[in-house]
Design a protein around this ligand. Structure first.
Ligand code: UT7
Length: 331
């Protein structure tokens, strides 16, 4: 029997501070009603505290996962940190996380694919298991979006939040795990969603800071238009390639960017909302954190053999999906 990469544990971390729609009403010209109706978001979490970056949340997500699986961190072979908000430009946040959790035998790297980062990371990580090279790979999805959000810009500040999720991948020979994935990219999308300064093209300067160019720039409508077809394409492709119908899918796990995007995509896939994981109401869009945090929130309801369809769309543009046969009973 061939080897597949099974998710054998999930962990997560959400900061304590709750940023409500009501508080946002005091920062920008918006309303609770508008945000709820247009996005479905009620509140999001914000990491407060001097000097705390994405690794702070990533470390806690990995520790939870290790504890759940009763695993010695020295057993981890590889850790992939999917993020757009690294602690520093270099070194990799993955290295900071492995050091702090005591995964001294692991190597790691950061992977950047915006909201599809976790799916890209899952695709990469699963290959190291499938080839038989490694026994334990951790994929972390984490973002401190509050560090790159302009709380004077109502187009973006209402959507994003901070959080981390992580999964452990281990070999499986019983036909469970990540059975397929599809990933797509279109660099032409960069113009609609990016950060103008702080990279090598436009390093930080007094002018770039004053022009507020170190924050997320998003043309929401342009992204919205591509997101539903993109997530639909990824889901349909996986159903077709794996001879599945919508009825076979126990859960859709969609990127949590906007409840209207999620509804549009799953409607196209013919899957009812009762079988869709959602936590956008409480956390907003945590970018790389959304998919593993959904798995963590719904873990107790998952049963061995459940067929899951993960789909995502985000900056880049990047989009894709994964078909997973769940390996353990959550309860
Ligand atoms: O995960 C990463 C990828 N990102 C996404 O997937 C995000 C995709 N885009 C979206 O989710 C939506 O486009 C947004 C939530 C960002 C915006 O919703 P929308 O329904 O597309 O609104 P809009 O940008 O078309 O704006 C409609 C109106 C405008 O007013 P006018 O020009 O019609 O007078 C905006 O100025 O709503 C106004 N508006 C707001 N009003 C109250 C925009 N933001 C706000 C706000 N509060 N926060």
């Amino acid at each position: 029997m061939s080897i597949t990469a099974s998710i054998t544990a999930v962990g997560g971390y959400l900061p304590d501070y709750v940023l409500t729609n009501q508080e946002l009403e005091t920062l920008v010209d918006t309303s609770n009603e508008w945000i709820l109706e247009r996005t479905g978001i009620k509140e999001r979490r914000i990491l407060k505290g001097e000097g705390l970056g994405s690794s702070y949340m990533g470390v806690r997500a990995v520790r939870e996962l290790l504890q759940k699986r009763n695993l010695d961190p020295m057993e981890i072979d590889l850790l992939i940190c999917c993020t757009v908000t690294k602690d520093m430009v270099f070194p990799a946040t993955a290295n900071i996380i492995t050091d702090e959790v005591g995964a001294k035998n692991a190597w790691g790297f950061d992977l950047e694919a915006a909201c599809s980062g976790f799916l890209y990371g899952l695709s990469v990580g699963s290959q190291f298991i499938q080839t038989g090279r490694y026994q334990k790979v951790v994929v972390v999805g984490v973002d401190k979006m509050s560090s790159i959000i302009d709380y004077q810009d109502r187009n973006t500040c209402i959507i994003f939040g901070d959080g981390a999720g992580a999964v452990l991948l281990e070999p499986d020979t019983t036909g469970h795990g990540v059975l397929d994935f599809v990933n797509f990219a279109d660099g032409d999308g960069a113009k609609h969603l990016h950060m103008k300064a702080g990279g090598s093209r436009k390093p930080a300067s007094v002018e770039s800071v004053l022009a507020r160019e170190h924050f997320v720039y998003q043309e929401g409508k342009a992204v919205f238009k591509r997101a539903i077809p993109g997530m639909t394409q990824a889901g349909q492709e996986l159903l077709r390639r794996n001879d599945l119908t919508a009825d076979d899918i126990a859960w859709v796990v969609p990127h949590q960017a906007n409840v209207r995007i999620i509804e549009g995509a799953v409607q196209n896939l013919g899957i009812p909302m009762e079988r869709v994981m959602m936590n956008i109401q409480r956390y907003g869009n945590t970018t790389d954190g959304t998919l593993p945090l959904c798995l963590r929130d719904y873990e107790k309801q998952l049963k061995r053999g459940d067929k899951l369809l993960l789909v995502s769309f985000g900056g880049g543009f990047t989009w894709g999906g994964a078909y997973i046969k769940w390996a353990y009973n959550g309860a």
